[in-house]
Every structure is written in C-alpha cells, then in structure tokens.
Write a protein that binds this ligand. Structure first.
Ligand SMILES: Nc1ncnc2c1ncn2[C@@H]1O[C@H](COP(=O)(O)OP(=O)(O)OP(=O)(O)O)[C@@H](O)[C@H]1O
Length: 669
C-alpha cells in the first residue's frame, strides 16, 4: 500500500504542471473521483484499504491452536464457526450460559503459570491495533498533504513513520501470537494431563461401560474447545473488543455523524452472520456425527481385517464405508453450499456500506466538510471494524461450543472410582508373604441385579497353587478383579497376610500381585519395553534372564533387532504362544509374591499349551498362585481346586476339593 501511495504521488508530482498545476481539488471532484488521475489514485487507495481488511489477523490475534482447529474445518468457512472433522459424534453444542461460568470456575485455576503469556498476548495485540489506527491516520494525512497538494517533499516523514509503525505492529503481532500460543498450548497440555491422570484413577468398570472413541474425543477435541474458551479464546475476546473500540473510536473521531450512519449497517452483518451460523452449526453437527460414524466403520473394518477376509466380507465392508462416506459427503456439501453463499451475501452488504460512505463522503467533500484523505482513512477504519464485529459473533459461538465440550470433560472429572483408598491406607514396608483369604465374599456388579459371587470362602497359603475352575460365567475372573481391588466385595472380606485389602493402599496391594490375563495385553513398543513394563528400571541382564526362564529368549534372538524389535500393534507381529511367553517373562521380571493366572492356555493348541507349562511352572515356583482355568490337562496333581458352580442362576456356590482329587473339566454352562 505504501508503495502504491509512493508511486501514485510520484506520478502526480510529475504530472502536476501538465495537469494545470494549481488545482482546487474540491471543485474538480467528479473528474477526480471518476476519471482523472486522482480518481484512479483514490480507487487504488480504496482497494488498498480493502486489502487491509482482507488481513484482519494483523489486528485480531489468531492463536495457532485456534488455526489448528480451523484448519480442520473447510477452508472456505473462515467466517463461520464450526467444529471440524474428527470431533467424534457428539450432539450439537447447545450449552447454557451457566455452563460457561462453570467452565471458568472449573478450569481457570489451571491457567496459573500461563496467565502471563495470555496477558502478554492481549497487550501486544492491542499495541498492534493502536499501530494500525495510527498508520491509517498517516494514510489519510499522506492523501491530503502529499497527493492533493502534490507535495512529494511532505511524503517522506509520514511514510517513514508508517513503515516504522508497520514493523512495530508486525513484531507485536508475531510476539503476541506466539505468547498466546505458548500459554494456550501449555494450558492444553496441563488440562489433558490432568484429565488423563483422573481417568487412570477410575476402575476398569468405568471403561467397560463407555465407548473408547467417545473418551478419546473428550481428551482431544473437547479439551481443545475448553482451551479455546478459557485460554486463547479469552485473548481473542479481549483483542477483538479492543479492536472494535479503537477502530470505531477512530471513525467517530474523523466524522461521528458519518460513523453513526454507517454503523447502522452493522446489525445487517450481525443478522447475516447469525442466520448463516445457525444453519452452519446444524450442518457441521451433522458432519461431525457422520464423520464419527465413518471413522468407527474404518477403525472396525481395518482392525478386524483377518476376520473380514476370512469370511469374504470385503465387499460388504466397502459398501458400509461407501454408505457412510456418502452421508459425510452430503453433510460436507451442505456446509459448502452455505459457505459459498455467505461470501456473496456479505459482499452485497459491504458494497452497500461502500456506496453509502462514498455517496455521503463525496457530498461532504464537495461541501468542504471532509477531505479525501479523511474519507479514505474513515473507510479504512470501517474496513477493519466490520471483520472485528464479525469476529465477535464468531467468538460467541466458539464459547457455546466450548461450554458443550467442557460439560463432557467435567462429567469425566466428576466420575468417582468404584473403589478408593482409605484416608490413611496401610503401606507395608516389607514384601508380602502371599497368604490370601476370602471370607464369606458376596459380590454383585454395579449394573447387575443378580449376584455373581455368594458367600465365597477359601484360603491360599504362601507359595501354594490353587486352581479355580467352573463353567463359563461362574465368576472365576471376578475373583481376580476383587483381589486386585477393581471392585470391593458387596459383603465379606479379602485378606492379604491377614490384612483386609481395603486397608491397604491400592498401589502397595497391586505391587504384590501379578496378573496374567486371558488376553495378553502388550504395548506397541519393542520386546524389551514389553518385558520391562512392570519394572521399568530393570537392566538388560534381568530382562534376558526373565526371557530365558520364560522360554522366549531363543525366539527373540531370531528377530531382526532382537530385544529392540517392535512387536506391532498389541503384539500382532507375534504368535499367540510367543505373546504368552513374553507376558510370562514380564511377570517373572516383576517378581511379585502373588500370581493370578487367568486362563493362560486360552487359544493355544495342545502342543503350545504344553510348551507354555514349563515356563509357567518356573513362574509359579515359590509364589502364591491362583490359576483360573478350564483346562485341567497340565495341572499338577497336588494342586487344590476351587470349583465355582452357578446353581439355578445363583453364581458363586463353591466346592473346594483337596489336593490330589481330580474331576474332569466342568462343561461350559
Ligand atoms: N464388568 C462387568 N459388569 C457386569 N457384569 C459382568 C462384568 N464382568 C463380568 N460380568 C458378569 O459376571 C459373571 C461372571 O463373569 P466372569 O468373567 O467372572 O466369569 P468366568 O467364570 O471367568 O467366565 P469365563 O470362564 O467365561 O471367563 C458373568 O455373568 C458376566 O456376564
């Protein structure tokens, strides 16, 4: 723009004498506005001022995390707020104002330590806005004093000041945006850590009753929405309000009556924004919901590819995805329709504004009450003001979205674990001996009416192996869950070394128990990471020793990067038997005095199961072991058995058989 002014001033200065030199600008107005050089210059300046308007972020800081979410929106929907793809399928946000207050009450304390960044962001954005206001005033000055008077000598000082202001505004915008991003990102990190920490205090029951995808959306999109309200959103609100005040104030300063006339058109902007935003919100809610469904179809199909291919269901899966893809496409198209229409409608209103300003301004110039520089500066202030006003409407919608997200996060934070430590739980200093007693234990799952276990009593001596059998659904795995305190018994007591496990801290209780589950839970790290999962400080010698005892060392040595070989998602690059032996190595390395083996032979053929028994025996040696199994083929004769029997729908009746007696395996119910 500065360049455009300079070039035009030069042209004018050169052309001055040929044009007849001493103009009375006001007398010659029609020619200058419509046909003459000054007219063309005015048009250029006007266009330049419009170009300014196209970059409102110079004034209103748009923090990077805001743009990250915006980037996930359709690129042409900048003026219309929506939550983008990947948000999961939550309902359209319609949170009441009370939620906004609650959101601040709940989450504002977590901005401690990052508030200074947010304040810096606001202050610097205000500095940038002030620079812009002054730069526009200089633009008006140059128009009147340089262009109208054709005095190139008067150009350099205001031009240098203008350039200086632009540099200052640029630096302030850069530093302010970055400071806001630092504050916002740190707040986001803290928030996510806090919610994740809380989730990890909840018992597995909480997760069993919820969709994983939904929890993930709460940890990602909903938390981002909160940040956009409490962190960067607040900065944006302050800076937008400041922009509106500055630019409106400057326009009023130039001509309050003209400003009043043009401000009457602001409600038209707000009305259009409101009408479009309401429709756009519905469309984007549909888009989010269908995006969530489509993602779940993709996830389900890809994670079950072996089943899909084995059952020749590829075509059905492709059709399922196509159907969901079409729904998503339709939702996207209705967004695109609205976004495409929005631009032209706003353009019409802007043109009306422009014509009103030009018409009234021309009349005022002719009457000598306004200079052309004043008119152009006035127009430039409005060019900044209108987007800021539009931004205010956008912020209001972001706020209600954030409130909806925060409701979902607060719901997670309010969830109580099914079991909790006592006020001052016991933390035994020494390793437990491993004596386990169940005394008259009754248990009913929270969401069930029928009891799963009733009056269950048995004792396992330190180092003893006890085998727990019974038909499917009799409650065998439930015993393991109670022992680990994923639930507390409805009645009765469970003791470890004579201490009620409810008096122990959950951490010290679980330090003494290792569980080997039916499904071997492995992480997608390396072999070494997975073996050391229960003892991260273990050195390589210990890891190798555990692997040797678990009979997995030879296999690991055949892998391309040995212990540093990644094992794939949930260990899928390994066979069932290999996964099981890796889990045994992990349990051996953890070296807890109590062991719970929940169906360790499930899914293994007879040969693999027999091979597993040897490392399992090494693992069980010297530890109190509860072995839950249907498969009694490989169980030592000497082991005592607990047979759980559901009787007429009443689970948990127990028969304890002394060592040496062997029934055939109970048939599944
Ligand atoms: N989280 C849960 N919420 C509600 N009910 C549950 C839950 N987990 C298990 N149950 C129910 O409790 C009963 C006992 O389940 P459990 O898993 O202990 O049986 P099991 O004897 O180990 O069976 P299987 O041999 O098939 O593994 C079953 O009827 C089951 O449906």
């Amino acid at each position: 723009m500065l360049l455009s002014v300079l070039v035009s001033a030069r042209e004018l200065a050169n052309a001055g004498p040929q044009q007849g030199g001493n103009h009375d600008f006001h007398q010659d107005l029609p020619d200058r506005l419509g046909l003459g050089r000054l007219g063309r210059l005015a048009a250029r300046l006007w266009l330049a001022s419009l170009r300014l308007r196209l970059a409102p972020e110079v004034v209103v800081v748009a923090p990077p995390n805001e743009s990250r979410r915006v980037n996930r929106r359709l690129s042409f929907s900048e003026s219309l707020p929506s939550r983008g793809a990947g948000a999961g399928a939550h309902p359209p946000p319609t949170a009441p104002t009370v939620s906004i207050r609650r959101t601040f009450r709940e989450f504002w304390p977590y901005t401690r330590g990052v508030r200074r960044f947010l304040v810096i962001g606001v202050v610097l954005a205000i500095v940038a806005a002030v620079c812009e206001v002054v730069a526009i005033a200089l633009f008006g000055f140059i128009t009147d004093e340089v262009l109208s008077r054709q005095d190139l000598g008067a150009f350099w000082t205001p031009a240098a000041a203008w350039l200086g202001l632009t540099v200052v505004a640029g630096l302030a915008t850069f530093a302010g945006s970055y400071a806001t991003a630092v504050g916002g990102e740190r707040f986001l990190l803290r928030l996510r850590d806090m919610v994740f920490d809380h989730l990890q205090t909840l018992t597995p029951d909480f997760f069993d009753n919820r969709r994983l995808g939904d929890l993930m959306a709460r940890l990602t999109d909903d938390i981002e929405a909160i940040e956009e309200l409490v962190g960067s959103g607040l900065v944006k609100l302050f800076t937008t309000v400041a922009s509106v005040i500055f630019f409106a104030g400057a326009a009023f300063y130039i001509r309050w009556d003209l400003a009043l006339v043009t401000f009457t058109l602001i409600p038209a902007f707000l009305l259009v924004s409101k009408v479009f935003a309401a429709r756009f919100r519905t469309a984007s809610a549909r888009e989010r919901s269908s995006n969530g469904t489509m993602n779940s179809v993709i996830e389900e199909s890809l994670s079950n590819q072996s089943l899909v291919q084995a059952y020749n269901r590829q075509r059905t899966e492709a059709e399922r995805l196509h159907a969901e893809g079409r729904t998503w496409m339709r939702a996207n198209l209705s967004q695109a329709w609205l976004a495409s229409l929005y631009g032209p409608v706003v353009q019409v209103i802007e043109t009306v504004c422009l014509l009103v300003i030009l018409g009234v301004g021309a009349w005022e110039i002719v009457s000598g009450r306004l200079t052309i520089g004043g008119l152009l500066a006035f127009a430039a202030y409005l060019a900044y003001l209108y987007p800021a006003v539009q931004n205010l409407g956008q912020i209001a919608l972001t706020v209600s979205e954030a409130a909806a997200g925060s409701d979902r996060v607060i719901e997670v934070l309010r969830a109580e674990p099914a079991v909790a430590d006592r006020e001052a739980p016991t933390r035994p200093a020494t390793r437990s001996r491993g004596r386990i007693e169940f005394h008259g234990v009754d248990f009913t799952y929270p969401n069930r009416r029928r009891p799963t276990l009733r009056n269950l009593s048995f004792t396992v001596e330190p180092g003893e192996l006890i085998v727990c059998t019974g038909p499917s659904g009799a409650g065998k795995s439930t015993i393991a869950k109670l022992l680990l305190r994923f639930y507390d018994p409805t009645a009765g007591r469970i003791l470890l070394d004579g201490l009620d496990i409810r008096d122990l801290s959950r951490e010290s209780l679980r330090d003494n128990i290792t569980i080997l589950q039916q499904e071997n839970l492995l992480f997608s790290g390396t072999v070494r990471d997975n073996i050391a999962y229960g003892r991260p400080d273990a050195d390589m010698d210990d890891i190798v020793r555990a692997a040797v005892l678990a009979d997995v060392h030879d296999f690991v040595n055949t892998l391309p990067r040995k212990y540093d070989t990644p094992i794939g998602q949930r260990g899928r690059l390994m066979s069932g038997g290999q996964r099981q032996r890796l889990a045994i190595a992990r349990a051996i390395l953890r070296d807890a005095p109590v062991l719970v083996l929940d169906e360790p032979m499930t899914g293994l053929d007879a040969l693999t199961a027999a091979r597993i028994m040897e490392p399992l025996n090494r693992l069980m040696a010297g530890r109190t072991t509860i072995l839950i199994t249907h498969d009694l083929r490989f169980i030592p004769e000497t082991a005592r058995q607990i047979v759980l029997e559901p009787v007429r729908g009443r689970a948990g009746r127990i028969r304890v058989k002394p060592a040496g007696r062997r029934d055939t395996a109970p048939r599944p119910a």
